[in-house]
Design a protein around this ligand. Sequence first.
Ligand SMILES: [Zn+2]
Length: 155
Amino acid sequence: MTSEPLKFIADAMLGRLARWLRILGYDVSYESSISDNDLIAMAIRERRIILTMDRKLTERESARNFLLIKSPSYKEQLKQVITHYNIDYKTGIFTRCLVCNILLDHVEKEKIKDKVPSYVFSTQDEFDICPQCCRIYWSGTHRVKMLGMLDEIMK
Ligand SMILES: [Zn+2]
């Protein structure tokens, strides 16, 4: 089965889950204050799956494509989403800006010399940049830790 990649919209309670799904490379809309009506409207308009802990919201007729999140723990939430949608959590990891929710571009090391700490510049070779906010991302020990945590969650 091939289809367009999954896109999500997370309710206001699920900020941490939204961030983690962005880490995995998924397009996740998240606003800390959004009305149920706006959330559902955006989900329909942009064909996003609603992630919510609010059963009432899922009972609305207009909310068609949703996953009711069960646990208050973000690790359990993440596990639920990964399991439910059979998500490959390694392929797209670290390809999206965690702030802007858009895909990163590769950037040549020489171009960002003045923009990262010198110890980072001297120890890393691969850098990505967000085309919107210009944040620079690189492989560091935190990425290894995150992957370790994901493996732990999914055991
Ligand atoms: Zn950005």
